[in-house]
Design a protein around this ligand. Structure first.
Ligand code: ZN
Length: 425
């Protein structure tokens, strides 16, 4: 017998008390992706050592790795003194391809400063496709001609008729999430905007200025300003339309440093960003963070992260391994946020107890269907996990996780969150 069923309603609007979506995957309280632009990374050795330190527990130049899940970016056409796909050697290119396939290189950071035409973009995409390397996230870089943002990032990538126009090729290849220069100082997205944590009593003038700037962005957003529209709702993701009419998801990044969104956005200063206070605020807010930084900007290529940075990553690793902050790649975090927005959830009581029915929308011309992998981690509070089962698009979930009560005192069920597998070379 069907007791209640509301498949057409969005989860967030449901009044049904028996199934409630948890904000982040159990048991975590918050979610964070380090979204690092690779600018000024000296060479493939530094790139590899950073990736290895962050993603494995192997011995590195900075001691044992912290065993997190952290992605990285890549671009193609750059001046010869900078690490980039075309600049590095065959071993470097093979490394990048292996990391793209494993999900540890997850963002295209434009096509590079020297990519000025559609042909540059096509050459890079052909190379990626030829090796079956799929990227879905785009991040504008500096003032590269291939950027998408017309204002701050001075891009022409989506301007039909411009020699740098490539949005059709790039979205057909698979890019669907784009970053166009939006950075916030607010710690924690996907929760109500709150400016606490920006002001730092030790740096009253500079942090006061940052606080006022952020407050102004929120005011402008409320007044209908397009440039700061994302700051108003404080959501990581929104639908956006490129200038050629193509639909994408746009995302916002965060640099919560008291000095402002461009302050300490580098590997050499990451210890001043991932502070105990910042992590505590993020946990307490139960928010999302796509952290804006440039980990390849380092002082010593032989030891890319100094003591302070190493301590910061250990701090973050403690928050992850103790079940406080789910640290993952940008691509995975964005997929999770998309799933939260787009799933429909219904529930019925049947002979086995509570039956949660998750369905996703079919793809459209401007947006591919949500991949099943993006449902990973979805967690629902339920009265009795042992008497709960779930179907996704009508198919039973065989490995549903049944979770004990969390800090709210509620039990839950969740879809597993598998870790990425680091490539062996
Ligand atoms: Zn850049």
């Amino acid at each position: 017998m069907i007791l209640d069923q509301a498949p057409e309603m969005k989860t967030s609007q449901r009044t049904d008390a028996s199934v409630q979506l948890r904000a982040v995957p159990y048991p975590y309280r918050a979610m964070l992706a380090i979204c690092s632009d690779l600018d000024e990374t000296p060479d493939r050795h530094v790139y590899w050592e950073i990736v290895r330190f962050l993603n494995t527990t192997a011995e590195t130049a900075m001691g044992p790795g912290v065993g997190l899940e952290v992605g990285n970016t890549i671009y193609f056409d750059m001046p010869p003194d900078q690490f980039a796909y075309w600049n590095t050697d065959d071993a470097g290119r093979e490394m990048i391809r292996a990391l793209i396939r494993s999900g540890h290189v997850d963002c295209l950071h434009s096509y590079g400063d020297l990519a000025t035409t559609r042909e540059h973009a096509a050459r890079a995409l052909d190379e990626l496709a030829r090796h079956d390397c799929r990227l879905q996230v785009w991040v504008d870089h500096g003032t590269a001609a291939t950027n998408f943002d017309p204002d701050i990032m001075q891009g022409h990538g989506d301007e039909v008729g411009h020699e740098a126009y490539h949005a059709d090729l790039t979205t057909d290849y698979g890019i669907q999430y784009v970053w166009r220069g939006r950075v916030t100082s607010t710690i924690g997205q996907d929760v109500r905007p709150r400016l606490r944590g920006i002001f730092d009593g030790a740096h009253p003038v500079a942090s006061g200025r940052t606080l006022l700037k952020e407050a102004a962005k929120h005011r402008l957003a409320r007044a209908g300003n397009a440039k700061y529209a994302m700051h108003g709702p404080n959501e990581t993701l929104r639908h956006a339309t490129l200038r050629d009419g193509r639909g994408v998801y746009e995302f916002m990044r965060c640099n919560p440093h008291w000095g402002g969104v461009s302050s300490c956005d580098q590997g050499r200063h990451i210890g001043k960003v991932l502070t105990p206070d910042m992590l505590d605020h993020l946990i307490e807010r139960e928010g999302t963070c796509v952290l804006y930084t440039h980990l390849g900007k380092v002082d010593d290529p032989r030891m890319p992260f100094g003591e302070d940075a190493v301590r910061a990553f250990h701090r973050l690793a403690d928050a992850f391994h103790s079940g406080q902050i789910l640290v993952t790649t940008t691509r995975r975090l964005l997929g999770y946020r998309r799933a939260v927005r787009e799933i429909d959830v219904g529930s019925v009581i049947d002979d086995k107890g509570l039956h949660i029915e998750v369905t996703t929308k079919a793809g459209t011309a401007s947006s591919a269907a949500l991949p099943a992998a993006d449902l990973a981690g979805l967690t629902f509070y339920v009265p009795d996990p042992t008497r709960t089962h779930m179907t996704v698009a009508g198919v039973a979930v065989p490995n549903l996780k049944r979770n004990a009560s969390d800090h709210t005192g509620q039990a839950s069920v969740s879809l597993p969150w598998p870790s990425l597998e680091f490539p062996t070379r």
